[in-house]
Design a protein around this ligand. Structure first.
Ligand SMILES: NC(=O)c1ccc[n+]([C@@H]2O[C@H](COP(=O)([O-])OP(=O)(O)OC[C@H]3O[C@@H](n4cnc5c(N)ncnc54)[C@H](O)[C@@H]3O)[C@@H](O)[C@H]2O)c1
Length: 258
């Protein structure tokens, strides 16, 4: 591992206190970067930021709901001040957020919640970091789509599919607009990664259902969380310096789009 890979780089991570976000934060920290966490989960932010600081990493957190554009801008500006710059945004806040999968059970509020957090939240976050990235001559933004936004996944419902597909449009259009400022924008589209939250759901499935999930994956196994973190950090880093406006599918071959 290269402990200097992200030396001098400041990462902001929305949803940074969550399963994938916190693993990204720890990896960035172990590779020399500074980390700003934006999340609604105050307890988890405090624990993570204390852990990172105890390891000698420059880090800070802001409790913020990504749906609220003014709060997002304020939080981003505050973190930029503390960390000194914003070089990378990982926009991971999102998910199906406990809403039902089946159409008959989805309320108007469920649809709004999923669209607002995933799509509007991503928009609010990218808009807030662009001025800071321009200031340092460029940057990299990684948005979070999903296999559920790339195909008709049986696991998640219509609102999630709608939101995660919209994020791909946002990613491409934004990449076109900010390329001239040396800002790259790419999406990651993970398959099923068993964070603490999803581990319970998977382990409660019958052995037959678990086998069905795994049999649909050409690589024949469930992934480690780090197997999503590493591709995210590839898109974040200069190793992908000529890649923008794309989506990277990370699903063990379960979906192979043209
Ligand atoms: N884990 C997977 O299998 C998987 C697969 C495909 C895509 N994704 C996407 O990856 C991203 C991260 O997922 P995860 O599995 O780590 O989920 P998670 O639930 O563990 O983390 C999500 C984080 O977002 C935060 N959050 C929720 N609403 C928010 C809001 N309004 N404002 C700010 N923060 C908010 C939560 O507090 C939580 O810490 C999500 O966008 C999800 O849709 C995950």
């Amino acid at each position: 591992m290269n402990s200097e890979r992200f030396k001098g780089k400041s990462f902001l991570i929305t949803g940074g206190a969550g399963g994938l976000g916190s693993q990204i934060a720890r990896t960035v920290a172990s590779q020399g970067g500074s980390v700003g966490i934006l999340d609604t989960n105050e307890v988890a932010i405090t624990e993570l930021v204390s852990e990172l600081k105890a390891g000698g990493v420059k880090s800070a957190g802001q409790v913020v709901d990504v749906r609220d554009s003014k709060s997002v801008t304020r939080a981003v500006d505050e973190l930029a001040k503390v960390l000194g710059s914003v070089d990378v945004l990982i926009a991971a806040a999102g998910g199906s957020l406990g809403t039902p999968r089946d159409l008959a059970e989805i309320s108007d509020d469920d649809f709004d919640l999923v669209l607002d957090v995933n799509v509007k939240g991503t928009f609010n976050s990218v808009r807030a970091v662009i001025p800071h990235m321009k200031k340092v001559g460029g940057g990299s933004i990684v948005t979070f789509s999903s296999i559920g936004g790339r195909s008709a996944s049986p696991v998640t419902g219509v609102p999630y599919a709608t939101a995660k597909a919209a994020i791909l449009g946002l990613t491409r259009r934004l990449a076109k607009e900010v390329g001239e400022f040396n800002i790259r924008v790419n999406a990651i589209a993970p398959g099923l990664f068993l964070t603490d939250r999803l581990e319970g759901m998977f382990s409660e499935m019958s052995a037959t259902d678990q086998a069905e999930v795994i049999n649909g994956i050409p690589l024949g196994r469930m992934p480690e969380l780090q197997e999503c973190v590493n591709p995210v950090l590839f898109l974040a880093s200069d190793e992908s310096s000529y890649i923008t406006g794309t989506v990277l599918d990370v699903n063990g071959g379960r979906l192979m789009p043209n």
